[in-house]
Design a protein around this ligand. Structure first.
Ligand code: FAD
Ligand code: 2HG
Ligand code: ZN
Length: 466
């Protein structure tokens, strides 16, 4: 059973039957081919298949001006709007009810020139993360945000979720890469602040406010992004560890020793085996816990890393890759977890953070509480070890089950962690927002939302439970 949305819960904004005049006015703005009223399943269902909405219409504007006109029209007709980029989000953040309109940003996919002097690029919100990587790479530069859904996730979506990924420990999350923003407010007004000045203390930081706003404040239409020098040498190391304690110990040592550490990813034998079976990926050696480390620098670091591990008494097995093929082979073991789990059913997903030093105890307690709740459920844990950000995936409970969510998120609260490290609150976790944010904070967020979106028309099923 999936979580299905029928009639919306945003009050007077839901008009289950969109008027022919409204639909015709949209067609005039974006062209008839870009107003879809049938076969909306790929827009209406989330990546996991757990959240199924029932949008009445999808509109695909091709420019900022078209987005502005669409928003003005929706506001005039009191129609709720759900922004959507690549639809790779994992928390039901693009779930639209009947009578609501999905604004797809995928046609806003322009890529400006890579500006090597400023090391910046301006891109449309619909450009994918991978397109930005390719553009930067061709100029000896690099875009710091990276993760498995790079081929489909859009820059607008990554800004709206403040996406994290594998390189946060070295370069920060999406928020830290955004140096300029263009967005359309619910009433159709355009906000543009794209100069990309490195120093600019002229009042509130609107770009930062939109980072993590999950489509509840407006539609990001373009962004200016910081790029970084691309190092000449990359070294990827897979370590076989005996315990989560050992992983934490190795990560701490490596971080202290190497400022060239880009990524430190943890996964267990059960997840590695699942990936190996699902996608025919070779596991180089058997271990209870794996730690995947990646370093980039302008010198070859392989022997330094080997020396460091020997000096810190690391006694497990390891595999090293410095070429693209070898690197990809090792990374698949980690990155294909999400897809491999989905081949066995529709999971419940949690993306949580606790203090890195608490990881061993947190993981043990989470597994214990879940098995006390239901011994038939299967649990996979993996994630970004240096950030204390674990992904807990559970197969077994029905999509609408809330007991599991309650159990896992309460453990997170006991550890004073965050119930969303990187995917956002969406519709999946809005009921539990108060576990991570105080009543005063939630009231302030609602006041900001009310000031920018007084009609409550932006993504009404996301972030706030009421
Ligand atoms: P969508 O899914 O379309 O939308 C996500 C949210 O952003 C929704 O609330 C939507 O309303 C809003 N939104 C989208 N575009 C706009 C816009 N232009 N303006 C305003 N609001 C907008 N996430 C991570 O953080 N780290 C990871 O490591 C990671 N790995 C992943 C691996 C896989 C295999 C998959 C499937 C997903 C992964 N994700 C990860 C989750 C997902 O890719 C990110 O949340 C991503 O940022 C979503 O981008 P999108 O374009 O698909 O957004
Ligand atoms: C990752 O780190 C993503 O691979 C997805 O954030 C996590 O599938 C998940 O739960
Ligand atoms: Zn992640």
């Amino acid at each position: 059973m999936q979580v299905r949305l029928g009639r919306g819960n945003s009050g007077y904004l839901d008009q289950v039957n969109l008027s022919p005049e409204f639909v015709e006015a949209l067609r005039i703005i974006v062209g008839g081919n870009n107003v879809l009223t049938e076969d909306l399943a790929s827009y209406g269902t989330d990546w996991t298949g757990r959240f199924i909405g029932s949008p009445s219409l999808v509109v695909r504007p091709g420019s900022t001006s078209e987005v502005s006109q669409v928003m003005h029209l929706c506001s005039k007709h009191n129609i709720a709007v759900v922004p959507q980029g690549g639809n790779t989000g994992l928390v039901g953040g693009t779930l639209a009810s009947e009578g609501q309109v999905i604004v797809s940003t995928r046609r806003l996919n322009s890529l400006g020139p890579v500006e090597t002097a400023s090391q910046q690029i301006s891109v449309g919100a619909g450009a994918t993360v991978e397109q930005v990587h390719e553009a930067a790479d061709s100029h000896g530069l690099r875009y710091a945000v990276d993760f498995g859904a790079r081929g489909s996730a859009t820059i607008g979506g990554t800004i709206a979720t403040n996406a994290g990924g594998i390189n946060v420990l070295r370069f920060g999350s999406t928020r830290h890469q955004v140096v300029g923003i263009e967005a359309v407010l619910p009433n159709g007004e355009v906000i543009e602040h794209m100069a990309g000045l490195m120093k600019d203390n002229t009042g509130y930081d609107i770009a930062s406010l939109l980072c993590g706003s999950e489509g509840t404040l407006g539609i990001v239409t373009a962004a200016r992004l910081r790029l970084l020098p691309l190092h000449t040498s990359r070294t990827t190391v897979l370590l076989g560890c005996n315990s989560t304690d050992e992983v934490v110990h190795v990560v701490q040592g490596v971080r202290q020793q190497f400022d060239s550490l880009d990524a430190a990813e943890l996964f267990y034998a059960d997840g590695a085996n699942l990936v190996a079976e699902a996608f025919n990926v070779v596991i180089p050696f058997v271990a209870p816990v794996y730690l995947l480390l990646e370093f980039s620098a302008d010198v070859d670091l392989a022997s330094d890393i080997e020396r460091h591990l020997a000096q810190s008494n690391f006694a497990g097995l390891s595999a090293v890759a410095q070429d693209e093929l070898g690197r990809t082979r090792l990374w698949r073991l980690r990155e294909e977890h999400t897809a491999a789990i989905s081949t066995h059913g529709v999971p419940h997903k949690f993306d949580v953070t606790v203090a890195v030093s608490d990881l061993p105890e947190f993981i043990e307690k989470t597994r214990q509480r879940i098995s006390e709740t239901n011994t038939d459920w299967t649990v996979f844990i993996f994630g970004h070890a240096a950030d204390g950000n674990m992904h807990v995936n559970v197969l077994g409970p029905s999509a609408t089950d809330e007991l599991l969510d309650e159990v896992v998120l309460q453990v997170v609260a006991e550890f004073k962690g965050s119930i969303s490290a990187e995917h956002g609150i969406g519709s999946a976790k809005k009921k539990w927002l108060s576990l991570s944010r105080s009543q005063n904070e939630i009231a302030l967020m609602k006041a900001i939302k009310g000031a920018i979106d007084p009609q409550g028309m932006m993504n009404p099923n996301t972030l706030f439970a009421n």
